[in-house]
Design a protein around this ligand. Structure first.
Ligand code: MG
Length: 258
């Protein structure tokens, strides 16, 4: 699995081998390759020697709302006739193990565990049948949402856009059967969301076609594909984990804003 890390002041990508607790250094720019197969330099590092960073640095994060039938039901919403898009700013991204800050402006902070798609190359007017060529891989995400501000504002920019509202990680899985993956969210070890990506209303290729008919996606851009049912509140001190089959577990703690 692909990670991004810093060591001796340099940022590189590596292939994380969890069983060996090692990172194989990847050669060159992973976004400029013609295949998703990483080329190794032959150098290996121990996981302790590196400082793991966010898996990518998107220019933008496009999120799809109400994309699981069960979540639409629990929110009392209709499934939209076409993918419903909104943005998170790039500054919302944090990596695995970093803290979600509970803002002072909200009294109802919610988690939404989601599958994230990382874009490999510039994508514009992509047809669904070609969409896989534009995917670098997949990771876990949390669409942190100030539910009260979402209802109050109408526009979702504030409710979804605070710093730390987009945890991503722990690593990028390049190849996955993305239409059939178990996705679970736990709060302090207790399961709150347990579903499968086969419940998505709009599938990932359709979503990519829809987004790129509007805007150009750049290498490293991220798509959040929606959340299943079981969303609920977060409190300061909570530990949230999102686990997706074939990727691993993204964990974050919630802390009060100072
Ligand atoms: Mg969401």
């Amino acid at each position: 699995m692909i990670i991004r890390y810093e060591r001796n002041g340099k940022t590189k990508h590596g292939w994380y081998v969890q069983e060996e607790n090692k990172v194989r250094v990847i050669e060159g720019d992973i976004y400029k390759r013609t295949t998703t197969k990483p080329v190794m330099t032959g150098l290996e590092l121990s996981y302790e020697e590196i400082n793991v960073l966010t898996p990518c640095t998107p220019s933008k994060i496009i999120c799809i709302g109400t994309n699981y039938k069960d979540h639409a039901e629990e929110m009392g919403k209709q499934v939209p006739p076409e993918p419903l898009m909104f943005f998170k700013p790039s500054t919302a991204v944090i990596g695995n193990g970093e803290e979600i800050v509970y803002p002072k402006q909200t009294e109802n902070l919610h988690y939404e565990g989601e599958l994230a798609v990382i874009i490999k190359k510039e994508a514009r007017n992509v047809k669904a049948e070609d969409a896989e060529d534009y995917i670098l891989g997949f990771t876990c995400a949390i669409d942190v949402t100030a539910r009260d501000l979402q209802q109050k504002d109408g526009q979702w920019t504030r409710a979804k856009g605070f710093d730390t509202f987009c945890p991503l990680g722990p690593a990028i899985a390049p190849k996955l059967d993305y239409n059939d993956l178990r996705i679970t969210t736990t709060i302090n070890g207790e399961v709150r969301q347990d579903s499968n990506t086969n419940q998505m209303v709009f599938k990932i290729p359709q979503i990519i076609e829809h987004i790129t008919s509007v805007m150009t996606l750049l290498p490293g851009d991220v798509i959040l594909t929606g959340t299943p049912s079981g969303v609920g509140p977060l409190q300061p001190g909570d530990e949230i984990s999102v686990t997706i089959e074939g990727i691993g577990t993204l964990t974050s703690r919630v802390v009060k804003a100072e």
